[in-house]
Design a protein around this ligand. Structure first.
Ligand code: AHR
Length: 494
């Protein structure tokens, strides 16, 4: 198959906010315990954080990590995770039907984040709790005063405030699985009042209100509008969450979910703008896509498991090449919508639907999805340009026209580089991609990284990394062969 890519230097979508390459650590399964934290592991550091896991995380150059949930946050008492570890209570976590030992809390997590070179995106509990504990938490984290919670932080050994700049007002409050699920009216009110007290304590923070937990929620649309009617003047972003799966074993359709994500983003941006117009506001609400990934094999696992275990194997999705292709496309969708999406979190980071896996007291390794994520974070920086592609295609189950190639192009003006990300969704044909760049001095292809395996179901595990990126030989300065069902990154110098 022949494909043509057209780029015009003047057709910019927007500058990428690096926070779209964020991730997420929830107190869930083995994400925290035996994931980032395992004090008895031979590679644990002085605080019990696994050094091998930190090294893999460092490869990703993460701008932000959302914490501590997820569903977990809606039943969490943050005060249980501070101060003397021997005095911390052990509690039942009703979100995942497990036992929380509280050996890691914000005291430890902020230090882990520092060691991982990342910032925290903090979620507050708007399920069982509300504005009162949210204001105490931000006082503990960010205040330099001599007030009770700021002094408590100092007493616990942290002289300097943690300086958490990004805060989520609850999690997935539209879902009936959420502890203390709310109607849009109820959530809109509590989110507004919480937003006010948080910003009164620290006016420099940014706030994210909960949008829908999936585009197929029956309340999608109405939820966004009602929540924004209440919160518009008090928040900065609206969240989107979405997980895709291939239960039907229909790969072309699964890979077409990239267009579904595009549509979800564009529709949600329109909903924000509808309220903007209604309020005659000059403020724009941008988007925080703070949970996305492939997730279907391990859904609802907690319901079948023995209850109240500590750090059980939960949601340990084993990703194959096909999943990496879709995650690669989802990252491109975020880049292509960077005019509105300013924050995004791959859910999650370690063991729980994660690019990084660990064995208790053993090794750590990279899943297939690690690679498109790493390359997007390392190279997808600059200004996204509109990419126009001419190639063959197919129809999705909705009857949409799906081109075989899904692409994004980023102009890194500082480095004089054009970075083209591309997934070839054809299951049978390689694509010869010819490029046409307008407005640039001569562009020369200098690097072609490809993720490919003959078998789309191939996975990585602790014994062997079978799906890994390969640097392809450059045969021409303006074209490249994108193998059937492969993910690619092309770097052009100009
Ligand atoms: O990431 C796993 C779970 O998915 C999160 O806890 C929740 O917010 C979402 O439903």
């Amino acid at each position: 198959m022949k494909a043509k890519l057209f780029i015009n230097r003047n057709e910019e979508i927007g500058k990428i906010d690096r926070r779209i390459y964020g991730s997420f650590i929830e107190h869930l399964g083995r994400a925290v315990y035996n994931g980032i934290y395992e004090p008895n592991h031979p590679l644990a550091d002085d605080m019990g954080f696994r050094g091998d896991v930190l090294s893999l995380i460092n490869e990703l150059n993460l701008p932000i990590v959302r914490y501590p949930g997820g569903n977990f946050v809606s039943g969490y008492n943050w005060e249980d995770g501070i101060g003397d570890k021997s005095k911390r209570p052990t509690k039942l976590d009703l979100a995942w039907l497990t036992t929380e030992t509280n050996q890691v809390g914000i005291d430890e997590f902020q230090e882990w984040a520092r060691r991982a070179g990342t910032d925290i995106m903090m979620a507050v509990n708007l399920g069982t709790r509300g504005p009162d504990e949210a204001r105490s938490l931000i006082e503990y984290c960010n205040s330099e005063t001599n007030s009770y919670y700021a002094s408590l932080r100092r007493k616990n050994g942290f002289e300097k405030p943690f300086g958490v700049k990004l805060w989520c007002l609850g999690n997935e409050m539209d879902g009936d699985w959420q502890i203390c699920h709310k109607t849009a009216e109820e959530y809109g009110r509590i989110a507004t009042e919480t937003a006010k007290v948080l910003k009164w304590v620290d006016p420099s923070i940014e706030l994210v209100a909960c949008g829908s937990s999936d585009p197929n929620m029956p309340t999608y649309g109405d939820w966004e509008k009602t929540v924004l009617e209440h919160t518009y003047d008090y928040v900065d972003y609206l969240s989107l969450h979405c997980y895709y799966g291939n239960k039907a074993k229909n790969t072309p359709d699964f890979l077409a979910r990239a267009e579904d994500m595009d549509r979800f983003i564009k529709n949600t941006a329109s909903l924000c703008d509808e309220i903007k117009a209604e309020k005659n506001s000059n403020k724009t609400i941008n988007l925080s896509f703070d949970e996305y990934n492939v997730w279907y094999r391990t859904k609802d696992e907690e319901k079948q498991m023995e209850r109240w275990q500590i750090a059980p194997h939960l949601l340990e999705e084993k990703f194959n090449l096909e999943d990496a292709l879709l995650v690669g496309c989802m990252l491109m969708s975020l880049q292509n919508n960077c005019d509105r999406v300013k924050i995004a979190c791959l859910a999650q980071l370690v063991n729980v639907i994660a690019p990084i896996m660990t064995e208790n007291n053993g090794s750590a390794w990279r899943q297939t999805i690690f690679y498109p994520y790493m390359y997007a974070s390392l190279f997808g920086n600059g200004t996204t340009l509109k990419t126009q592609v001419e190639c063959d295609g197919y129809k999705s189950k909705e009857g949409w026209d799906i081109p075989y190639l899904y692409t994004s192009t980023i102009n890194n003006a500082e480095k004089r580089e054009l970075i083209v990300f591309a997934v070839n969704r054809s299951l049978t044909e390689n694509a010869v991609l010819y490029t046409n760049f307008e407005g640039f001095d001569e562009c020369r292809l200098v690097e072609h990284i490809q993720l490919y395996h003959e078998d789309l179901e191939t996975t990585n595990d602790k014994n062997e990394e079978r799906v890994f990126p390969v640097s392809r030989k450059i045969e021409s300065s303006s074209s490249a062969v994108l193998k059937k069902h492969s993910w690619n990154m092309l770097i052009f110098n100009y």
